[in-house]
Design a protein around this ligand. Sequence first.
Ligand code: HEM
Length: 142
Amino acid sequence: MNFRNFIASLAVLGSLAAPAFADDELYTKQFGGKPGMAKITHEMMVGVLADPRIKDFFAKTDIERLEFLLAEQFCELVGGPCKYSGRDMKTVHRGEKINTAHFNFLAEHLQVAMENNGVPTWAQNKLIAKLAPMHRDVTEPR
Ligand code: HEM
């Protein structure tokens, strides 16, 4: 590799690194960091568990653990300093018979929780955009 190419690669690496820094700001500033994300996932689950359309799915679930894992997962998805330690989405939701409507109801509760915690729409959309492709692993065709 000659010098010019070397500098060009540094520029590429630099531009890859830059958004990671900006994304950490997304987590800390827009989602309120660890306490903010814990509050959002808790309020989301309060909404889910009060929703007759989907609450029965969670009848046997350890909610405290689920909230912890969701906060960790969402933190990682918005570029925060976390590493999701739970099981993969396909394994967890397999056999639950979750459909697109259920998926959207849950997403609704997340959106309400983000809204109530002052997360701006553009930042809400960043998380939603990361979750949307998980639809195929979470739901089952009917
Ligand atoms: C993008 C959407 C979703 C994400 C990111 C998500 C994420 C998660 C995570 C991180 C866990 C814990 C994993 C673990 O225990 O290791 C979990 C468990 C669970 N999820 Fe989801 N989920 C989503 C959608 C849904 C929907 C729509 C339903 C049903 C309406 C649902 C029902 C459940 C249930 C019942 C469990 C607990 C399973 C158990 O107790 O073993 N999830 N989910």
